[in-house]
Design a protein around this ligand. Sequence first.
Ligand code: NAG
Length: 269
Amino acid sequence: MKLVFSTLLILAAIAIVSAQNCKLSAGGKNYDFSKLANSTSWSVQDASKATYFFNICQTASKCTTINPQCSSCQQGPTDTQPKADCGHTNAIVKALSNGVAGGVITYTGGSTCKSGTIVRSTEIQMMCTNGATQILSATEVSTCTYTIKLNSNLACATGSSTGSTTGKSTTSGSGTTSGSGTDGSSAEPSKKKGGIGGGWIFVIILLVSATVYIAVGIIINFKVRGLRGAEMFPNHSFWVEFPGLMKDGVLFIKGKVTGSGGQSSYQQV
Ligand SMILES: *[C@@H]1O[C@H](CO)[C@@H](O)[C@H](O)[C@H]1NC(C)=O
């Protein structure tokens, strides 16, 4: 029972940390592409005048009529043609392969084409540039596989542009960064501080919860239960055992992953 609890605790922590949708850490920079979402759908035409509607990190409102999970769809040059589902919501982003600042999001699992042999998919390359979002192009790079390119300041690393929650950190005078001359990319990375990310919000919530838990626990133990000294600490006996439980949990998961060494943990259940 204790083993199950400690395992769940660790798994929950891992899940919370990794469930940062549409965020990317690459090259020492943190990106959050959810700012590129467009509730009315982005759109762009390709060379053959087909129109692509899409959204970033979310479903596209102009595509959900074909499939509620559709994030990218294509419509032929005349409106009467039906839209094709070009891929579904997926908040996993990767770094751009050419090392340019920005990221790539890929939508897979669209409708099939070529007699069901190919599943439509869309790759959206988001390049960090100065200025507002500009949809550059849409191309069918191979049959039923589409690539859309866009430039945007919203595709840049977070902390360098805004940081909606005005942190208390004293932002150093920005006037001194004169990194011009070289390849634009050197201008931004010096500032690691900025808005509070999801990870920090989690840490803050954890700290506040822990403080409240300890404070309330001590008061109850002191006043209601009449405990004194170290016993006043809430769930005292549990926390004394806690380091052991954490170790069991880690060993258990390690055993599961490596397929070895989990035996001692099983016996304790
Ligand atoms: C959403 O996309 C459309 C079509 O590309 C564009 O005209 C519009 O400005 C975008 N909306 C926002 C809020 O950026």
